[in-house]
Unconditional design. Structure first.
Length: 279
């Protein structure tokens, strides 16, 4: 299993995936630093009235950074896993491995371990950098930074698991499209929930809630947004909980338990599907 994980990482280095991700990430953080500096300077000039404008600016900026970080992590997860089974099988790379020396279960576990480790580490670093930039430039810090970051980390692991499952059935291109469509569906669920909340339409809220839990990376993202301003009250609290790209919603312990069970179920489905696949 460890051997397969190490092979996956070496293959990514050979294809310069990490180099591309590093360049894009540095560019994103540079732009974010510039945006945060300008935004907080503007807030200082305006002053505060009914709203705590520093909280509103900081939470909005970091919320946008969280969405961007989750998206970049999803891209990385997809590229690490989209051709893990069918793509490698069609290139004749799996046949010598699944019989001897590793077997199917070890192959899947190794590919997932490599993808999860890289994606979770990447998301943790980028989120931490964004939080530090926000705090240092605007003197604003999230209420529960570890919960927000943890939601992103686990969320991208869920995306990697779904992409690995898709790789059993679909070609690399089709799987990549499917992963990003699922990501878009989660985003749409968050926006749908905002609309339902604003119009007081319970059916929309129920659909959004069910969809976000069917795709728990979205529920984890919403819980992360909520943890940014968990202690904020009044008008400011109401506004910031609308959140960018999906409203902030408290997840609670049940969400984490469901996510753990969800990963187990996806893993079992992936193993069962792979076991029935002819190579």
């Amino acid at each position: 299993m460890i051997t397969i994980a190490a092979y996956t990482l070496r293959e990514c280095v050979r294809r310069r995936v990490f180099a591309v991700v590093l360049v894009l990430t540095v560019a994103f953080l540079a732009l974010y630093t510039m945006a945060a500096t300008v935004a907080f300077d503007h807030v200082d000039e305006l002053g505060a009235d009914l709203l705590d404008e520093r909280v509103l600016t900081g939470s909005t900026l970091l919320g946008l950074a969280m969405f961007s970080t989750l998206f970049l992590g999803a891209v990385l997860a997809a590229f690490l896993t989209l051709g893990a089974v069918r793509g490698d099988a069609e290139r004749g790379l799996l046949q010598p491995l699944v019989v001897r020396p590793v077997g199917r279960s070890a192959l899947l576990a190794g590919r997932f371990l490599a993808a999860a480790a890289v994606c979770s580490g990447y998301v943790a670093v980028v989120y931490t950098a964004a939080a530090l930039i926000t705090g240092l430039t605007g003197d604003w810090w999230p209420d529960r930074p570890l919960v927000a970051g943890g939601g992103l980390v686990v969320g991208v692991v869920v995306i990697a698991a779904l992409s690995l499952l898709g790789s059993v059935f679909m070609t690399s291109t089709a799987n990549g499209i499917a992963v990003f469509m699922l990501f878009g569906a989660g985003l749409a669920a968050g926006l749908l929930g905002q609309i339902g909340d604003a119009l007081d339409v319970q059916s929309l809220e129920d659909v959004a809630h069910a969809t976000s839990w069917a795709l728990p990376f979205e529920a984890l993202y919403q819980a992360g947004l909520d943890s940014l301003t968990e202690d904020v009250r009044g008008v400011t609290g109401v506004i910031v909980r609308l959140g960018p790209f999906g409203g902030a919603q408290e997840g609670g312990p049940l969400l984490w338990a469901w996510t753990a069970l969800y990963l187990v179920l996806v893993g079992a489905a992936t193993r069962l599907a792979f076991a029935r696949r002819d190579l």
